[in-house]
Design a protein around this ligand. Structure first.
Ligand SMILES: NC(=O)c1ccc[n+]([C@@H]2O[C@H](COP(=O)([O-])OP(=O)(O)OC[C@H]3O[C@@H](n4cnc5c(N)ncnc54)[C@H](OP(=O)(O)O)[C@@H]3O)[C@@H](O)[C@H]2O)c1
Length: 355
């Protein structure tokens, strides 16, 4: 048996991912050394920031493509894990990976054990993971929503956006959701947003203004570009923005920093209307907020107060294609690859598969 692996083939020269950026390999499954464990990837998270790492050179040609994963321990030489445990880790775009001593992970993406009794294990790379924490940190911690506030959310049906929308509803706000397709807008209505607007509509700016008769108190920015241009005139005095991401700019090839340009576009309105702009980086919130977040969000998920739509795609070999689709809006919900069988799901006869 061999390990299937995607490695970065080159520093991507173009705006969006193409097949030539990645190399598919079959390699020897590594043996865990002392204080290491071998895990089998079950779910792989595909996220926009992975493209930023590749384009910036933070990920080098030849490196295994980075990605957060939910995995199962195959062989543990770590005292705190036993074979069969389900864990959150960062195996990346490969079927098997090592975790533990001398294996790099982002400082804030520490491996941890997952309790399959608490929630479906895939949520550890979604609503009960960094994406949920991003939504919570930006909306609840940075923007401090008050009942009656109008919140505008861009990329609202995506991994982060759908959580922001539902937190906004729980905190008593009026939620205006922006997304691309009718299918996404219909879904957003089912999770309780107050108004939906398509950024693909010819009358987008007018429709957004109509959806925000009292202006916008909080803007959760995932997109930038034309969507930001339409939100800008609606910002109320002392409104707040969580600057989470600018996905419309991630394919730019002009070499400019999208955040600096975004700030330049908004600066006159920010000053005139005393707008607080909060740069959001989820890694800054893990130490102080992750436990509180997991407790609060875990309770919402178990009580069914917060729904979570996942866009599960199958086959590690299809990862680059799905990654490019996600960046261009062809995902519907949180995008993740199903790399191998989830042992916590019931089989076709409804029997629970033993861990
Ligand atoms: N700051 C942090 O620490 C942090 C952490 C996690 C994520 N993020 C950011 O959060 C944002 C959302 O990430 P996610 O993982 O939840 O992705 P996602 O929303 O699940 O997927 C991306 C979505 O962006 C929308 N989009 C793409 N290009 C667009 C364009 N030109 N104009 C308008 N919308 C466009 C598409 O939705 P539509 O079809 O609706 O257009 C697409 O489905 C990204 O900007 C990401 O970088 C930041």
């Amino acid at each position: 048996m061999s390990n299937a692996v995607w490695r970065l083939a080159r520093k991507p020269p173009a705006g969006w991912p193409v097949a030539e950026d990645f190399r598919w390999r079959h390699e020897i499954i590594p043996e865990p050394g002392p204080d290491q464990m071998l895990t089998r990837t079950i779910y792989l998270s595909l996220d926009p920031y992975q493209w930023g790492r590749r384009r910036s050179g933070a990920e080098q040609p030849g490196d295994i493509c980075h990605g957060r994963t939910v995995s199962q321990v195959v062989r543990s030489r770590l005292k705190s894990y036993v074979d069969g445990d389900v864990v959150f880790n960062t195996n990346g775009w490969q079927a098997y990976g090592l975790t533990g001593a001398n294996v790099d992970f982002f400082g804030y993406m520490s491996p941890r054990k997952i309790d399959p009794q608490l929630a479906p294990i895939s949520t550890a790379i979604g609503i009960l993971g960094m994406l949920g924490l991003t939504a919570y940190a930006g909306l609840v911690v940075q923007c401090e929503p008050k009942p009656g506030d109008t919140i505008v959310v861009s990329a609202a049906s995506g991994g982060v956006g759908q959580v922001v929308c539902q937190l906004g509803r729980i905190y008593g706000c009026r939620v205006v959701a922006i997304a691309g397709s009718n299918e996404k807008l219909e879904y957003l209505k089912t999770i309780g947003v107050d108004a939906v607007v398509s950024h693909r509509s010819a009358g987008f700016s007018e429709e957004l203004r109509y959806a925000c008769p009292d202006g916008c108190d909080i803007y959760f920015e995932n997109v930038g570009g034309a969507v930001f241009d339409a939100v800008l005139p609606l910002l109320n005095d002392q409104s707040r923005i969580a600057l989470c991401g600018l996905i419309s700019q991630y394919g730019n090839v002009d070499g400019q920093d999208p955040r600096s340009r975004w700030r330049a576009v908004g600066s006159a309105v920010f000053e005139r209307n005393r707008v607080s702009v909060h740069d959001l980086f989820v890694g800054n919130f893990v130490a102080d907020y992750q436990d509180r977040f997991l407790e609060e969000m875990g309770a919402y998920v178990r009580a069914g107060e917060v729904q979570y739509l996942e866009d599960k795609r199958h086959g590690l070999e299809n990862t680059p294609e799905v990654f490019a689709q996600m960046l261009c809006g062809e995902n519907f919900g949180k995008t993740l690859m199903v790399v191998s069988e989830d042992p916590t799901l019931a089989d076709a006869e409804g029997r629970q598969i033993a861990l």
